[in-house]
Design a binder for this molecule. Structure first.
Ligand code: KG4
Ligand code: ZN
Length: 334
């Protein structure tokens, strides 16, 4: 018999549903929420309400695109955390009632484990063990991946995440939220002529809050002398900030590869959509003899396809969840 799973992701501001059949993704549909742009960041209450509106149409679309009927489903999977509690509640409650009505099992998925496992949505897949730099709006981690569901965090941010560094810089520059993709685009036309300091953080941990402060003072200083400083230098500022964020990430990844002796190296999460990070990883990989893995853009930012991949492995192991499960905003262990 085939194993067909419906997976739901609702941890932040994207409502996504995916169907996976025997490990192969048949559909991956996402409704993004534009309502947050006006606020310069995700507003939790606005996000939960939009999930309520989007979830049924998105699930219907995923089923329809996959050519699957509800009665064909073997299980329902959902993101249990980490994320915004109100957003998670919508996905968890929907998954619970859907599974109950169809009398099929529930599978809970850890969002950060799913970002890593996005690499198993398509070929080529990394060989175990491998290192994954997971960089998103909420997390920055170097993960040692020993087996499909067996991971160890070797280092992580002690303050802001890499995505936050992009988004907060964007706010200082007057760009829309999320600023990561906008900075990426603008940086292509600029040169990294401004030097921002690289923080000295021990071992494999990261810090981005100092960078944000130095950008703030750099802008204040220059705007005093020239009120049009941002306007005139926008593309160069974007290129400079992006280059520094990428170098912070790559230097730690290189150290992790050295310490572990691993040469299978992957990146994942929303910031892995960044063109300079993707290019630098490939170049570094060639130089150091790494085999590098970069997910397609649709599997970098939040999506239910990656939740479906983890659910597939959990189904094979019989790792199901009971109906009394509740979402959790903080969910550190993976
Ligand atoms: O993984 P994700 O979709 O959601 C979280 O789990 O946080 O990541 C979203 C983050 C945002 O901070 C966004 O600005 C960033 O990923 N991002 C990018 C790019 N695309 C998305 N950052 C830099 N360059 C990009 N091209
Ligand atoms: Zn994410």
């Amino acid at each position: 018999m085939n194993t067909i799973i419906l997976a739901i992701e609702s941890s932040c501001d994207d409502t996504s549903a995916s169907i996976i059949k025997d490990g192969e993704i048949l559909s991956n549909c996402t409704a993004t929420q534009d309502a947050h742009k006006a606020y310069g960041g995700v507003v939790p209450e606005v996000a939960s309400r939009a999930h309520q509106v989007n979830i049924i149409p998105v699930v219907n679309l995923a089923l329809q695109k996959a050519g699957i009927a509800k009665t064909d489903l073997s299980a329902v999977a959902f993101t249990r955390g980490p994320g915004l509690i109100g957003s998670l509640l919508v996905g968890v409650s929907f998954a619970k009632s859907f599974a109950l009505s169809l009398d099929i099992p529930l599978i809970e998925v850890h969002h950060m484990q799913a970002h890593v496992m996005a690499h198993f949505a398509e070929d080529p897949k990394p060989n175990f063990p491998f290192l994954c730099l997971t960089v998103s709006g909420g997390h920055t981690q170097i993960v040692l991946v020993k087996a499909p569901l067996e991971m160890e965090i070797l280092g992580e941010t002690i303050d802001d995440a890499a995505g936050e560094a992009f988004d907060k810089t964007g706010k200082l520059l007057g760009l829309d939220y999320p600023a990561g993709p906008i900075i990426d685009k603008l940086a292509k036309e600029g040169k990294a002529v401004f030097d921002f300091p690289e923080p000295k953080i021990p071992e494999l941990n990261f810090s981005f809050s100092g960078l944000k402060t130095s950008i703030l003072y750099f802008l204040k200083r220059n705007l005093k002398e020239d009120p049009d400083f941002i306007k005139t230098n926008l593309v160069d500022i974007c290129a400079s900030v992006q280059t520094r964020i990428v170098s912070i990430l790559m230097n730690k990844l290189e150290l992790a590869a050295k310490q572990t002796g691993l040469k299978e190296i992957a990146i994942a999460g929303g910031v892995s959509a960044n063109s300079e990070l993707r290019k630098t990883l490939q170049e570094k990989g060639k130089e150091l003899g790494w085999t590098t893995y970069i997910p397609h853009i649709q599997y970098c930012t939040d999506n239910a396809g990656m939740i479906a991949v983890v659910a597939h492995y959990k189904f094979l192991k019989g790792q199901f969840t009971t109906q009394d499960v509740i979402p959790t905003a903080r969910y550190e262990e993976i």
